[in-house]
Design a protein around this ligand. Structure first.
Ligand code: AMP
Ligand code: MN
Ligand code: MN
Ligand code: MN
Length: 294
């Protein structure tokens, strides 16, 4: 694909994945190479609450001839749950965006210590130090790093089991945390020239009323996109949220949410295409795509 190739629903766009800069296991350069090898035609790295990997991802993508959109996945508190908002196509040097994300990351260290204290109460010792062994970015200690440690230490057989038994609401290692507000996250992204997208909407187990509130407030704050085809959705979820995109006139996004070759069931670029009746968010972001030199 080059600057003259039109973007369409048939574009193999993968606009959601994670590197070691947050809770993935690969470096941004290795992800760029994997995306290219898997046939991705438009790529974005979307680390949690962190854009410190963006320049590396951009440089690596362009060196491989792979068009690139900047990205991040912002953790937001909404209706007592955590919602993820993906930002795409922003200026990754925008000072307000950089400062907002830094503030959002700020509580993770303290939360991690409280998580470890909760785990110690059920007999799991050294979880804070253990999780830290898996952390590349000290500002971004995540539940995923705890999960990797608990598997390694033999408490569970895989990461999903750790979340189920220890790291979700009501479980010993879960600590309620105050993340960014919905309006803040959407505001940072759009003020930096990007578009905001509701990530994996099927994952939140909201009531219909809460989901309606999320979508309408998101739109009121200037959000325009929703993930329809994602590694976090079943085929039925994708159908449901295709209808939601049409109902609310939202632009559709697509991304694997790839974290790790060992843990992720959906690899980069290995997703169904967007249904033809939807408008892809990458059409609205065409001018924001970083194109390789020919
Ligand atoms: P945090 O931002 O520290 O709360 O961690 C959230 C991350 O945990 C998500 O981005 C996922 O990578 C991971 N995660 C959440 N729920 C699960 C689950 N049920 N199984 C595996 N990983 C999960
Ligand atoms: Mn993650
Ligand atoms: Mn997410
Ligand atoms: Mn993600």
């Amino acid at each position: 694909m080059n600057a003259n190739t039109p973007l369409s629903n048939a574009t193999n766009a993968d606009l959601h994945c994670h590197s070691k800069v947050s809770d993935g296991t690969l470096e941004p350069e290795a992800l760029a190479a994997r995306a290219k090898a898997n046939g991705v035609e438009l790529w974005a790295l979307t680390d949690h609450d962190e854009i410190g990997g963006q320049q590396r991802a951009l440089d690596a993508a362009l060196a491989l001839g792979l068009p690139y959109l900047t990205g991040c996945e912002v953790s937001v508190s909404f209706a007592g749950k955590v919602v993820h908002i993906v930002g795409l196509g922003f200026d990754h040097r925008d000072p307000a965006l950089v400062a907002g994300l830094r503030a959002t990351r700020g509580g993770r260290e303290q939360r991690a210590r409280e998580m470890a204290a909760g785990l110690a109460q059920v007999g799991i010792r050294g979880a804070y130090e253990g999780a830290l062994q898996y952390v590349a970015n000290p500002e971004l200690i995540s539940r995923t790093h705890f999960a990797r440690f608990l598997v390694e230490a033999g408490h569970c057989s895989d990461v999903s089991e750790v979340f189920r038994r220890y790291l979700t609401e009501g479980k010993p290692g879960y600590v309620e945390h105050r993340w960014a507000g919905l309006g803040e996250a959407v505001g940072w992204i759009t003020a930096a020239g990007g578009q905001a997208v509701i990530a994996h909407p099927a994952r939140y187990s909201f009531t219909p009323t809460e989901e309606y509130a999320l979508i309408t407030e998101f739109i009121a704050h200037g959000g325009r996109g929703i993930e329809v085809v994602t590694g976090s959705h079943s085929a039925a979820d994708a159908l449901k949220y295709a209808e939601t995109a049409l109902e609310f006139d939202l632009l559709a996004s697509r991304g694997s949410d790839f974290h790790s070759p060992e843990e992720s069931h959906t690899d980069l670029g290995q997703l169904d295409l967007l249904p033809g009746r939807l408008t892809p968010i990458w059409q609205a972001l065409q001018a924001r795509v970083h194109q390789p030199a020919h």
